[in-house]
Write a protein that binds this ligand. Structure first.
Ligand SMILES: [Zn+2]
Length: 261
């Protein structure tokens, strides 16, 4: 009885938590399990996601690892040591996108790399994606949807077969406006602790705003690039006293792009 009462109380709290401090009922291990399931799903579907094996583009992967590791070494990533932070390159020059799953799994399209003009800007996008995983936005959303079931252990306990089903849903999950703003903010916080320009994430949106002929990428389909988003990133960078100078210790961007398949 006591357990049921607790469940109902928390369930009520969940129902009323829109826009408030989000509750996450999943464990870090759940985030990792869901992320691995998602990874296997995506990497096992080359028709939709032409993921490049590391052996086919080792130099491109080395560059991506270098950027990722700089962010993880910033001291600002909460789960830097909890997740494996696997990163995958998708060979599709037409798609301006990058996305992250729970547990620190990240995919980057060659299209967004070729679209951006410097490494700092891609690191800004990576910071945004790392933030979605690090801030656990996916399982926060699942907590809202499945709240009471999670508390009763229904999801993973009685039916482990639900894990792949939940992971499949994550492929098409779009984040809320609040989560997008949170990821933008944390991209600045992470990059501020590196040698990269802290406002790198703003460049992608700025370039899209300037070039209205570009088709809106999936990355932005729900929350399009806006001048407000660019301004928020730049304001926070200034408030925190972070550098906007590009990292001088990186290879020319053209050399990085030359390693793409
Ligand atoms: Zn996002």
């Amino acid at each position: 009885m006591r357990r049921l009462a607790t469940t109902l109380t928390l369930g009520a709290a969940l129902a009323g938590c829109d826009g408030e401090t989000p509750i996450n009922l999943f464990t870090i291990e759940d985030d990792i399990s869901l992320g691995m399931e998602l990874r296997d799903e995506i990497n096992g579907d080359p028709a939709t996601y032409p993921v490049v094996p590391e052996a086919d583009a080792p130099d491109a992967y080395d560059h991506l690892y270098r950027m990722r590791d700089a962010i993880l070494a910033s001291g600002e990533v909460t789960h830097a040591d909890d997740f494996d932070w696997e990163i995958y390159l998708i060979d599709d020059d037409e798609t301006l996108n990058a996305f992250a799953g729970p547990g620190g799994y990240i995919w980057v399209y060659s299209g967004i790399m070729r679209y951006l003009e410097r490494e700092d800007d891609l690191v800004g996008v990576l910071g945004h994606e790392i933030a979605h995983a690090d801030r656990r936005h996916s399982t926060q959303q699942l907590s809202k949807v499945y709240g009471v079931s999670v508390l009763l252990g229904v999801i993973f306990g009685s039916d482990p077969g639900l894990i792949p089903e939940l992971a499949a849903g994550l492929v098409s999950l779009s984040f809320s406006r609040t989560d997008e703003a949170d990821a933008d903010e944390h991209s600045v916080i992470y990059l501020c602790g590196t040698d990269y320009a802290a406002n790198g994430a703003a460049s992608f949106f700025e370039k899209l705003l300037e070039e209205s002929t570009v088709e809106i990428p999936a990355f932005l389909s729900t929350h399009p690039a806006s001048a407000e988003r660019v301004a928020d990133i730049n304001t926070l960078t200034e408030e925190l006293g972070c550098s906007t100078d590009p990292n001088p210790n990186v290879p020319p961007w053209a050399d990085v792009l030359a390693t793409l398949p």
